[in-house]
Design a protein around this ligand. Structure first.
Ligand code: NAD
Length: 241
């Protein structure tokens, strides 16, 4: 049975990935930071259905928390096959209003976290001569976004991490890919007004917003696949082509 780590798995896209991978009979360890109640509800629901799911608190911006997450997984299951870097934050601000603290918090949460997690799991994957790392990025990393400069930069950096690691770790049969979602209905977008949401929907050829499961399906496919690496796959209903 393969073992997967998912960061930020208590809600939103991460929760859907946890559910999907658990139901595909993988061992799942997911981390949460502040959403303890949601994390244990999810874990307990899936365990009561007979699936193999554990959760642990880990702030992904803290190296020691990430080490604990990885060691906990190794102690529980003895191996790590899959890493999904999903935890992330967003913020909408004029460029001139972004503070040093906003900038560092964004980069630490969305990018440095993936440096920590990837570094902590690669020795196991290299020993296995097998592994799959998936970074949940964003279309804004591809196109850039007004009033989300720090977010866009963090996701573009994540995509560069994806491509660089794919090249370096390919000979060890470790595949590294980004998924760059468009608009997915989660708490991250809860501040959009109805008219803003309708305007976005009108720009999407498939005429609907994305759901977390749309991203989780791509994750499941990338895990099964054997020949895709270094790619940024955008799940966006055709919003950007
Ligand atoms: P969400 O706010 O529902 O979930 C984000 C998760 O990350 C939460 O569980 C949160 O606790 C966790 N997290 C945040 N900071 C953390 C930290 N320091 N340590 C550990 N966990 C932390 O939002 P979501 O939409 O599910 O976002 C998941 C990922 O998808 C993010 O990386 C986000 O940038 C990306 N994404 C989302 C959308 C969208 O439209 N929702 C679009 C593109 C990309």
């Amino acid at each position: 049975m393969k073992t997967a780590i998912i960061t930020g798995g208590a809600k939103g896209i991460g929760k859907s990935i946890v559910e999907s991978l658990a139901k595909s009979n993988l061992n799942v360890v997911f981390s949460y930071n502040t959403s303890e109640k949601e994390a244990f509800e999810l874990k307990n629901t899936l365990c009561s259905q007979g699936f193999s799911v554990y959760c642990i608190k880990a702030d992904v911006t803290v190296r020691n928390d990430v080490k604990n997450l990885v060691n906990y997984t190794l102690n529980t299951f003895g191996n790590i096959d899959i890493l999904i870097n999903n935890a992330g934050i967003s913020q909408t601000k004029l460029f001139q209003d972004i503070t040093d603290s906003d900038w560092h918090s964004m980069l630490n949460t969305n990018l440095t976290s993936a440096f920590y997690t990837s570094q902590e799991v690669v020795s196991t994957m290299i020993n296995n001569k097998s592994g799959c790392i998936i970074n949940i990025s964003s279309i804004w990393g591809i196109t850039g976004a007004a009033c989300e400069t720090h977010y866009s930069v963090s996701k573009a950096g994540l995509d560069a991490l994806t491509k660089s690691l794919a090249k370096e770790l390919g000979p060890s049969n470790i595949r590294v890919n980004s998924i760059a979602p468009g608009y997915i209905q989660t708490d991250m977008n809860k501040n959009y007004s109805t008219s803003e949401i309708n305007n976005i929907k009108n720009e999407i050829p498939l005429e609907r917003l994305g759901n977390p499961i749309d991203v989780a399906r791509c994750v499941a496919w990338l895990i099964e696949d054997e020949y895709t690496t270094g790619q940024v796959i955008s799940i966006n209903g055709g919003w950007i082509i």
